[in-house]
Design a protein around this ligand. Sequence first.
Ligand SMILES: [Zn+2]
Length: 234
Amino acid sequence: MKIEKILEYQKKDYEIIKLERQLENNEDKKIYQNMISVVKDAQNKSNALDNEANYLIQDYNKLEKTYNENLKSCGVVLNAKIDKVSENDLSNLTNVASDLINNMSILEKKLMYLAERVNAILSEFEATKKRYNVAKQKYSAHKTAYDKKQSEIMPEIERKKQDIKKLEDGIDPVYLAKYKQRRADKMYPVLVPLTEKSCGGCRMELPSASLQKLKENGFLECEHCRRIIYFDGK
Ligand SMILES: [Zn+2]
């Protein structure tokens, strides 16, 4: 196999890699992909807030009911005709009234606490909704920008792929397969020259037996970095 063919293949493939990297590292893509998780987080947060608010409202309603019942009992006690009750009953009524007043004040505190919690949840909900809307807008804007870029680059990549396919005929299928496999592992460059007595990729010095083999075959797989070292007789 001629070294020039596969080197030309690699050189042209690098143009494709550069285009692919442009898409991979595209800022718009990074942003819109981040926004997907922001949107999902906001949805989860708002569901959790919704649940919590429902529980709080249930608690609030129960407390309110108890409060109103107590309020009614207070009225009964306070409206009792004091001049018609015995001293004993009066003392009982006083105790009941004082218990009720105590209960009422505890209930009132609980109700106020719950009302505060509900308000806090509502404002948290508003903030979450805002975050959701901002993220969604950002997602659309950056997704559109990325899609536009992609629609420009993809046909170019396809064209170049067709071009280098024509070079494949002149390349040993075994090496072509090795090349493609390493390419899929994101290794670049796959083919490296022999540099002095070392691999041109990882700089590992080759043992003399390997060096000999490389000079005979023209190619050798580096045991250290798995790149294909070539020897062009220079
Ligand atoms: Zn190496």
